[in-house]
Ligand binder design. Structure first.
Ligand code: SF4
Ligand code: SF4
Length: 333
């Protein structure tokens, strides 16, 4: 019996460091050196199988860059769906043709999360791609027709560009019966890049008026009440977003609550939980369960618990209401 230091509720597999878009709030699509990947579909599938041998009670997020660029996506989805773990793909939608919808649906895809930031003109502007909005809406329609069992979630990123329409856009999404859920994130420093606490001071992405941001977030809180939680962000998270837009450098209080609840594994096999520390390990001749059972994992966890950074990850992607829990302790036999 081996005690694991923690167990994830969500595992993000970074299938591609590249993207076919070059959005204004992200740098994945910019030309840059990317080390060759050492993980293929089978390598990623082995990680999911190992974790599911302890418990299948987690979600696998197939992400990037743009995950539809990953050549083994269908076989990976098929492998994951055989484990009992839930799966979803985070995509900009550009490559989600009817053919890909059929093949991914046949493989067992359960959810598509579309990045969609506003109505047509604004979305196309943010994504630097004329027709990007139309392409997503076509993919939504095709999914409903060809793969009605696949859940559709929309993920808008709130920034200065869409702030004045985000409340109307949210209502429009909530009124669309094809869409299961909407989850908001706030704009943060475009990544990948070296962290810069003052990036926003000179960025067009940053809303100038925190009062306007607060009014929009209040509207989202009200919409959440009205729609019976079709907006997935808890009201407490939307309230924290107001603090973020008022002062991003003093908006997070207390200890790190991430633990090993959220694991990320990239194409090099690097295992991360903290967004700022070096990777916990690299999956090279060692399994994910061995990594999570290692003394280094316990030390890493202790260091995370001691962290008091004003870390936006805690209130954006890794937010959890009352989030003290770190994912259940797991015993591997
Ligand atoms: S936000 Fe998404 S779609 Fe846009 S460049 Fe980054 S990874 Fe690509
Ligand atoms: S920087 Fe600190 S608060 Fe953020 S994930 Fe890492 S340990 Fe947690």
């Amino acid at each position: 019996m081996t005690q694991l230091a923690g167990f994830p509720k969500s595992v993000t597999l970074v299938l591609s460091e590249r993207c076919n878009l070059r959005c204004r709030h992200c740098r994945y699509g910019e030309p840059r050196e990317v080390p060759p990947a050492s993980m293929d579909a089978e390598g990623f599938a082995a990680v999911v199988r190992d974790l599911a041998s302890v418990s299948p009670d987690f979600v696998v997020q197939l992400s990037g860059g743009e995950p539809l660029l990953f050549p083994g996506l269908e076989s990976l989805v098929e492998a994951i769906s055989g484990t009992g773990a839930r799966n979803l793909v985070n995509t900009n939608g550009m490559l989600l043709s009817k053919e890909r919808i059929r093949s991914l649906s046949d493989a067992g895809l359960q959810e598509v999360v579309f990045s969609l930031d506003g109505f047509r003109v604004i979305h196309d502007y943010i994504r630097r791609k004329r027709g990007a909005f139309k392409r997503v809406m076509e993919a939504v329609e095709d999914l409903r027709a060809l793969a009605p069992q696949v859940k559709i979630t929309i993920l808008p990123v709130i920034s200065a560009y869409n702030l004045d329409q985000i409340a109307a856009f949210a209502r429009w999404l909530c009124d669309d019966e094809r869409i299961s859920a909407v989850v908001f994130q706030f704009v943060s420093q475009p990544m990948p890049a070296d962290a810069d606490a003052h990036w926003y001071l000179s960025s067009d992405l940053w809303p100038e008026d925190p009062g306007e941001a607060a009014r929009v977030l209040d509207a989202l809180i009200a919409l959440r009440e009205e729609t019976g939680s079709k907006v997935l962000n808890p009201a407490s998270q939307l309230a924290l977003m107001k603090r973020y837009f008022a002062d991003p450098n003093h908006c997070v209080q207390g200890a790190c609550t991430v633990g090993f609840r959220y694991l990320t594994i990239d194409g090099m096999g690097h295992v991360r939980s903290c967004v700022a520390k070096p990777p916990l390990a690299r999956l090279q001749g060692v399994s994910i369960l061995e990594v999570l059972a290692s003394p280094e994992a316990r030390q890493y966890l202790q260091a995370m618990r001691a962290c008091r950074e004003n870390c936006h990850y805690l209130i954006n992607c890794a937010y959890e209401e009352g989030g003290e829990q770190e994912g259940k302790e797991a015993v591997r036999s």
